[in-house]
Write a protein that binds this ligand. Structure first.
Ligand SMILES: [Zn+2]
Length: 161
């Protein structure tokens, strides 16, 4: 657990971490409260004592550990995927079926992702003509490939079936 000085130093990014995950930063109600926030599990408070030690209550210790160790933490239920992604998935299922572009095996609602053949970062359009369905794992394996390399990967996988 951090000392008061360490927490104070990283307070702004920590508050941003909390807010980005759905927690709500609240005003401290007395001088011993260093940080107060509200999540779906209720109010969590970090207190300091007269010797500048810290006491973490509620979810504050979990949240700090996640923040400091780069782990997942959520103060509110994950927001639903944007509607446009759902729409693309539906259109791709209708066009290509449920198999993965790379490995040809069936995808499920849990593991399917929309893959942009020309990466968005390389100017690929956010349009169905540039999209295929792929397993999350297959998608990330092809992460840094060019569109040509991706298609070659698919062909190699296909010919070994
Ligand atoms: Zn796959």
């Amino acid at each position: 657990m951090p000392t008061l000085a360490q927490l104070t130093k990283r307070r702004v990014p920590f508050e941003e971490f909390l807010t980005a995950r759905g927690a709500q930063i609240m005003q401290p109600t007395n001088e011993w409260e260093v940080l107060r926030f509200k999540s779906t599990k209720g109010v969590s408070i970090v207190y300091r004592n007269s010797k500048d030690g810290l006491t973490f209550t509620g979810e504050s210790a979990d949240a700090w550990n996640a923040f400091a160790g780069n782990h997942a933490w959520r103060g509110a239920p994950a927001t639903k995927r944007p509607k446009s992604v759902e729409g693309h998935v539906r259109a791709l299922l209708a066009r290509d079926g449920e198999h993965c572009f790379y490995c040809f095996k069936a995808t499920t609602e849990e593991n399917r992702t929309v893959e942009h053949l020309v990466a968005r970062a390389h100017g690929g359009p956010n349009h169905l003509s540039n999209m295929v369905l792929a397993h999350r794992k297959c998608n990330s394996n092809a992460g840094h490939m060019s569109a040509m390399e991706k298609i070659r990967l698919r062909e190699n996988n296909g010919s070994s079936l």
